[in-house]
Design a protein around this ligand. Structure first.
Ligand code: 26Q
Length: 817
């Protein structure tokens, strides 16, 4: 079934539309337009088609009257839309042909699009995959996010060090896939005070903001796969409101109003570049409230327009909070219901506590959000009152369950007492949400047992698991067309919407002809990546080498430095041991470090320095190459993932909530070397022990080692290979004439206590890598394992994740259009 049923594709009309946009939208001509403008005009013509479907979906009575999910996320890492939408529309060949006739290669035009990098990493990309799946399966959905002017910074390397530059993702001409919805704009308040009055003896409290900011929505179309459904991803942009006749301004509160003016335009200026680390900055809280309030307002507007009453809100709308970042939506809904709709507390809480669900993405203490009570008090005085009251009533429940147990109250309280009182956003979420989920089985188990054990006891049905997933449309069909075609030849072409069907490919795992075809596709993808690296980085690669890939944000817990130590051990052996042999290997890295994360930047520097030396060393004779791809982003992932042989998923056990790159790589036939962490555990369950390389301490092993007192020096002294590898960082091998320039990592591992147990897992990691080296030498053995990885990834389709959310949490029905 193709979407072209409602709007049949007409090549001539499409070409005319492209030319019209060249002229009218971009003020250029067929003769003089650059390839970039051709891409813009083509995308505009496509976007027009999807916008019609967006409006039709929005106005479809069955959609209006159905229960919807509202996915609230400060990040949506959608990646380029044009190529993916061609796939979803089922028009790849048609538009390829149409553009060919106009003298342009579609693949070249698609390369003109900049990535909208409106997210940091896993959490933002997950939101994008989820939107894709909701549209594919036609569960009514609105995504709510922020329209940052600058996305995640662009990364370059200067003298091997990371440099950051702003990412003006829309380009000067504007992004062709978005449309402003001025009729849906709103005003959002900040600061000010709370007025109290008594009406018929009842206390009524009203927030009088000291500043207002306009929220302008921009809609991006989320195109359902081969159906006619298009849902909006609605991104809010902050604009200052003029004229600035604000109450606090008039009251002589001149400074605050002045201050406010400065902030208004800045609220959605830039995405915070921290990943798994929170910093309690005022502007970040302003972003969060701006996002929550605008989204909440829009949800209630839609609910009312559908003719439903507020008491019915939980029956028709569910709100999924992507981590704690949009938590302030909970007190915001309470404020609206009580202060604007005059509802008593119990009625308002009855609605509120059946509306929100919360996804936790991390156990790292430094990533759990808590805000200064004084900051919330100043920025959102009425919300602070409501948070106190939520907490007061909640603590009554706690003391009813555990009478007299003060320590339970302290642990569970939304307010952390102390010199600076703090609001714990995760606690507020668990109290206010009807469902709380972790993102992989192991992670959810740790959420229950370690993060929220007392909440779990108090509310035994609230905590649950929904294992993450990835969209097979972007992460196989679109990014790996050769493998997709090979699969479709064998099992038909329904698998992109029914990924469990891939299991049928397992029947061919022993078939030597299929093995050859599979490995030929892999080789072609490796060649494509090698060409890219040659062109953009000037490094020549051998496509017969093992392509070993670690692509993810740079973080100590993800342990890029463990991978680095292994590279150093290979270098050491190649240089010092004539009898040492290995299959040639290329180590690929792609990773951005948060700009303020010192050690992460030092690790990037060290890997780049090692690459410089190793790649130029004739004695290494191409056994070893190191490629750190700059500015890793979704469009780079689309080239690297199909070309990978080995997928590095080597976090300290218990630290990576799920991972989703692990799923993308395995789906594309890479074998995982990984710890028993996050979704690796479930990947192993699916593919079986023979088809994955598991190493290192598991969660219990980590706990035990720490309990017994871990001393990294013991590992260092006991393992000569580890010692030799680490010592390379302290010398001048990679920084001639400047010994010690790579010492930072060495120091952290040896004298900084090695917080992520890199040295403890080193020996086991080396063993796993040696098994990989051994197995790869027999290409049939390897091919079978790779095929089975592709075949057995069905579980990790985000369609399955969304079905889990729908059945267990959201309770939605699809509206098939
Ligand atoms: C918080 C406060 C202030 C500024 C920034 C932040 C912030 C921003 C982004 C905190 C965390 C993030 C992102 C977290 C993230 O990406 N987590 C990952 O989520 C994936 C999807 O569930 C998991 O697969 C990964 O394991 C997890 O690390």
């Amino acid at each position: 079934m193709k979407p072209t049923q409602t709007h049949p594709f007409d090549k001539k009309l499409f070409q005319d539309n492209v030319k019209r946009h060249l002229n009218v939208t971009y003020a250029t001509t067929v003769e003089s337009a650059s390839p970039h403008v051709w891409y813009l005009a083509m995308a505009k013509a496509m976007a027009e088609m999807t916008m019609l479907n967006l409006l039709e979906t929005e106005q479809d009575e069955r959609v209006i009257k159905a229960k919807s999910v509202n996915y609230l996320s400060l990040e949506f890492l959608i990646g380029r839309l044009t190529g993916n939408n061609l796939i979803s529309l089922g028009l790849y060949d048609e538009i390829n042909d149409a553009m060919q006739e106009l003298g342009h290669s579609l693949t070249d035009l698609l390369e003109e699009e900049r990535d909208p990098s409106l997210g940091n990493g896993g959490l933002g990309r997950l939101a994008a995959c989820f939107m894709d799946s909701c549209a594919a399966m036609e569960y009514p959905t609105v995504g709510y996010g922020l329209h940052y002017e600058y996305g995640l910074f662009k990364q370059s390397f200067k003298d091997c060090q990371q440099k950051e530059a702003p990412d003006a993702w829309q380009g000067i001409e504007g992004y062709p896939w978005e449309v402003a919805r001025p009729e849906l704009k709103q005003d959002i308040g900040f600061y000010g005070h709370v007025d109290v009055e008594y009406i018929d003896g009842e206390e009524r409290r009203t927030w009088v903001p000291g500043m207002k900011v306009q929220a302008m929505p921009w809609d991006l179309p989320i195109v359902g796969y081969e159906n006619n459904t298009v849902y909006p991803l609605r991104l809010w942009e902050a604009r200052a409101i003029a004229p600035f006749s604000l109450e606090s301004f008039n009251n002589g509160n001149y400074f605050e109003a002045q201050h406010a003016l400065i902030d208004a335009d800045n609220i959605t200026k830039v995405l915070y570049p921290n990943d798994n680390h929170e910093k309690g900055k005022t502007l970040r809280l302003m972003q969060q409230y701006f996002h929550s309030a605008a989204s909440m307002g829009d949800i209630l507007r839609r609910h009312k327009a559908a003719g439903f009453s507020l008491d019915e809100l939980p029956d028709y709308e569910t709100i999924q909070l992507n981590d704690t970042h949009p938590t302030i939506a909970i007190p915001e809904l309470m404020r609206i219901l009580m202060d604007e709709q005059a509802m008593p507390w119990d009625q308002a809480w009855g609605i509120c506590s059946r509306t929100f669900a919360y996804t936790n993405h991390t156990l790292l203490p430094e990533a759990l959000e808590s805000w200064d009570e004084s900051l919330i008090q100043r920025l959102l005085p009425r919300h602070m009152e409501i948070i106190y009251e939520i907490n007061r009533r909640f603590l009554l429940e706690v003391s009813a369950k555990w009478p007299g147990d003060v320590s339970k109250q302290q642990k569970l309280s939304v307010i952390q007492e102390g010199f600076h009182r703090m609001v714990r956003m995760a606690n507020l979420c668990v109290v206010g949400a009807y469902a709380v989920n972790g993102v992989a089985a192991l992670h959810s188990d740790l959420v229950k047992r370690h993060l929220f054990p007392d909440f779990h006891e108090l509310y035994p049905d609230r905590l649950t698991n929904v294992t993450n997933g990835i969209t097979p449309r972007r992460w196989l069909k679109f990014c790996n067309p050769d493998l997709s075609n090979l699969i479709s030849e064998k099992i038909g072409d329904e698998w992109p919407a029914h990924l469990e069907q891939l299991e049928k490919i397992a029947d061919y795992a022993d078939d030597s002809e299929f093995q050859e075809q599979f490995m030929a596709v892999k080789k072609a993808n490796k060649q494509r990546l090698a060409d890219w690296v040659q062109e953009h980085m000037g490094i020549e690669l051998n496509p017969d080498a093992i392509f070993d890939v670690q692509i993810k944000r740079l973080h100590e817990y993800k342990r890029q430095h463990l991978n680095m130590l292994y590279m150093l051990s290979l270098y050491h052996r190649l240089k010092t041991d004539d009898s040492f042999d290995m299959h040639p290997r290329v180590f690929f890295f792609g990773a951005k470090a948060a700009p303020g994360y010192y050690l992460a930047k030092e690790i990037i520097y060290a890997i780049n320095k090692i690459a410089e030396t190793v790649n130029a060393d004739p004695q290494i004779n191409d056994k070893l190459k190191v490629v750190f791809i700059p500015d890793y982003r979704v469009s780079i992932a689309e080239i690297v993932i199909p070309a990978a042989d080995v997928s590095e998923q080597i976090s300290t056990a218990g630290k990576e909530a799920s991972g989703t790159g692990n799923m993308k790589l395995a789906l594309n036939g890479a074998l995982t070397v990984g710890t028993m962490d996050g979704a690796n555990v479930e990947i192993r369950e699916e593919v079986g022990d023979d088809n994955i390389y598991i190493f290192g301490l598991d969660v219990d092993g980590v706990d035990e080692l720490r309990a017994n007192g871990y001393n990294p020096y013991d590992c260092y002294q006991a393992d000569p290979l580890l010692k030799a590898s680490l010592d390379l960082l302290a010398g001048e091998t990679f920084t001639p004439g400047e010994p010690g320039k790579l010492r930072a990592t060495y120091e952290s591992l040896l004298n900084g206590g090695d917080p992520y147990l890199v040295l403890a897992d080193f020996a086991s990691y080396v063993q796993a890598q040696e098994a990989i080296d051994h197995d790869y030498r027999d290409i049939q053995v390897w091919a079978k394992k790779a095929i089975l990885n592709t075949a057995l990834m069905g579980k990790f389709s985000s369609d399955r994740s969304i079905r889990d959310y729908v059945n267990r949490i959201w309770k939605l029905k699809p509206v098939k259009r």
